[in-house]
Design a protein around this ligand. Structure first.
Ligand SMILES: [Zn+2]
Length: 211
């Protein structure tokens, strides 16, 4: 877990591949169910088409199906789930039914201002869609170095929107930190600096739990 912009997806991919276990993200599960036309996918799509949030029960049913698949039987890494304490409680019960429990919850720790710096500095090319960063790519102009297209800032990347997403995270997801700290399985990892260093720190934090 970690705030938006913490690099969860990237780190999850590296860690899962280091451990040879599947990375299971709710985004991937949603897409697989919707494109596969499963009953759950159709149900989820009916909510999304109306602009509504997919209810927890539907998300959880999809996660249950995914965790039952063969490649998840020797371990898995969840990315983007659970998102709130009630989902975490359901997950715990679900795993208990299978005599399982989470081994470890990794929290990617990044200050709010650093998140804003990362996300609000992003500029998207209006022609090729490539993303640049005003600071990290040392962008002096508003043109794409790849194709010359004009760069713009996506609404999602505006500082105001980023601050709002951080508030939502604080409200809904941050209580999970206490939840898993109480279970004694939470480990925080400094998620600033080069991507490879963060992966290294994460792997060191995980190692004692591998048994
Ligand atoms: Zn471009």
């Amino acid at each position: 877990m970690g705030p938006p912009g913490a690099g969860k997806g990237t780190q999850a991919q590296f860690i899962a591949s280091n451990l040879s276990i599947p990375k299971i993200s709710t985004g991937d599960i949603f897409r697989a169910n919707v494109s596969g036309g499963t009953d759950l996918g159709k149900l989820a799509k009916s909510y999304m088409d109306r602009g509504d949030l997919v209810p927890d029960e539907v998300t959880i049913a999809m996660v249950r199906d995914r965790l039952s698949e063969g490649d998840a039987q020797d371990g898995f890494l969840l990315d983007g789930f659970p998102r709130n304490v009630s989902q975490a409680e359901v997950l715990r019960k679900m795993l208990e039914e299978w005599d399982l429990a989470l081994d470890l919850v990794l929290e990617l720790v990044v200050e709010d201002d650093e998140v804003v710096r990362r996300l609000a500095g992003r500029r998207t090319c209006s022609q090729c869609g490539r993303i640049w960063h005003v600071e990290f790519d040392d962008k002096k102009d508003d043109l794409c170095d790849a194709c010359g297209g004009a760069l713009f800032q996506r609404d999602d990347d505006k500082e105001e929107t980023v601050r709002h997403r951080l508030e939502v995270y604080q409200e809904q997801t941050a209580p999970l930190v206490d939840f898993y700290a109480n279970e004694g399985i939470l480990v925080g990892v400094d998620a600033t600096g080069p991507v490879e260093e963060i992966t290294q720190r994460a792997m060191e934090a995980i190692r004692p739990y591998l048994g």
